[in-house]
Design a protein around this ligand. Structure first.
Ligand SMILES: *Cc1c(COP(=O)(O)O)cnc(C)c1O
Length: 402
């Protein structure tokens, strides 16, 4: 049997029929150069040492794996463990691939880093590593997001990044991605595009999955025994792949990716009240890769909705879609209301405010744990901490800030 662990990081960037590199010819040499330097660097001892040094001293790795004793008792079934990626510097798992890519940018001799951002979390992590490593940083952000996510804009600017509001299209994440790609085509010599999840053209899915896979490797070391279930939320898919990767060849370990069910996954023609790509998406080629997307009959991408800012992408990573197709992972979704209940329950039982994205995983754990015997182990990825969601949750819990 082939090793899925190896296959998911394979050098072609194809995963079954998904993945690939559907980019304008002008971008081909840039992607090829990045791919070459990536595969060289990860075998290079000095690159590994530098990255591991930053993980340890700057980001705060290894992050804790913590036994949720109270929550486990309350739910009355499996033993629940929380992998606390929220304790990373900048508050989420994103810094794992941001540090990796920023070091690659330096190896490539690039002086300038660009990034897309939706809610601003990826922009913030990118701006942070650029400040740390002395790289110029430009973050593209849909004009709508630029208005709704003011705190993150403030912090990115203080970190020295230039935040550019994108006024084209729907003024959201995918417009920011288009603008970043245009920038890259215009500035191929000095610029690295630091893409924020396991999507986009090869080598991004492989590269980000590689940098995130440290999460699962740490879990294997930290856990006494083997997990029975791994649970993670899925936006683009980077924190899920990060947790799952090291266990892909362990047949007994079940994996569940949880996407945003929003207000319910019933379809309307042009707009979705959710971002359930596994449930309702269709195969397409968008933004340089082949995967599932929420699109209409004409191939136009639909608007999505989620209570969490990080799970409302209309596409999803090609590796996860492949793993779902072959039956290696299961997928599920959590509704906004279930997410809020999960947010509160985790806070009250364990004293942990998880990001609303991560609370999708918690919501799944709440459904799963009671059905399992007490000797089973569930590990979920707490991909981020909840501070960033203050404005959303205060409104939902009818709390007036001022
Ligand atoms: C961005 C983000 C996500 C979603 O991205 P993935 O690539 O699916 O991991 C999940 N959780 C947090 C905290 C995020 O910031």
């Amino acid at each position: 049997m082939k090793s899925l662990k190896k296959y998911i990081l394979n050098k072609t960037g194809h995963f079954g029929e998904y993945g690939g590199r559907y980019v304008p010819e002008l971008l081909m040499p840039i992607m090829e150069e990045l791919e070459k330097v990536f595969y060289e660097s990860i075998k290079d001892r000095s690159f590994q040492d530098e990255l591991n040094g930053l993980y340890k001293t700057y980001s705060g790795r290894p992050t804790p794996l913590y036994f949720c004793e109270n929550l486990s008792k309350k739910l009355g079934g499996a033993r629940i463990y929380l992998k606390n990626e929220g304790l990373n510097h900048t508050g989420a798992h994103k810094i794992n691939h941001c540090l990796g890519q920023a070091l690659l940018a330096k190896r490539l001799g690039k002086k300038r880093v660009i990034a897309e951002t939706g809610a601003g979390q990826h922009g913030l992590a990118t701006a942070t590593v650029c400040a740390k490593l002395g790289l110029e940083c430009v973050v593209y952000m849909g004009a709508k997001d630029f208005r709704r996510q003011r705190p993150n804009v403030f912090f990115m600017e203080r970190l020295g990044a230039k935040v550019v509001p994108v006024k084209s299209g729907g003024q959201i994440l995918r417009d920011a991605i288009n603008e970043a790609l245009k920038d890259l085509i215009s500035n191929p010599e000095d610029t690295h595009y630091l893409l924020g999840t396991v999507c986009g053209p090869h080598p991004y899915p492989v590269m980000n999955a590689h940098f995130q896979s440290i999460v699962g490797r740490e879990v294997r070391k930290q856990l006494d025994g083997s997990p029975d279930y791994l649970v993670a939320c899925v936006g683009g898919g980077s924190n899920a792949i990060g947790l799952f990767h090291d266990f892909l060849d362990d047949e007994g370990v079940k994996m569940i990716g949880v996407e945003a069910g929003g207000k319910g996954i019933k379809e309307t023609s042009s707009k979705c009240d959710h971002a359930a790509r596994f449930e309702t998406g269709e195969t397409g080629v968008v933004e340089g890769f082949k995967s599932y997307f929420l699109q209409n009959k004409d191939g136009q991408i639909k608007d999505t909705h989620s209570i969490s800012a990080g799970l409302d992408y209309s596409g999803v990573g090609p590796q996860l879609v492949y793993l779902k197709d072959i039956g290696r992972i299961e997928t599920s979704y959590a509704l906004d209301d279930e997410v809020l209940s999960a947010y509160e329950l985790l806070a009250r039982t364990e004293g942990v405010f998880a990001a609303l994205e991560s609370c999708h995983a918690v919501a799944e754990v709440i459904k799963l744990a009671p059905k399992l015997p007490k000797n089973k182990i569930i590990v979920f990825n707490c991909s981020g901490r909840g501070d960033k969601d203050l404005f959303i949750v205060t409104e939902k819990f009818n709390f007036k800030i001022s």
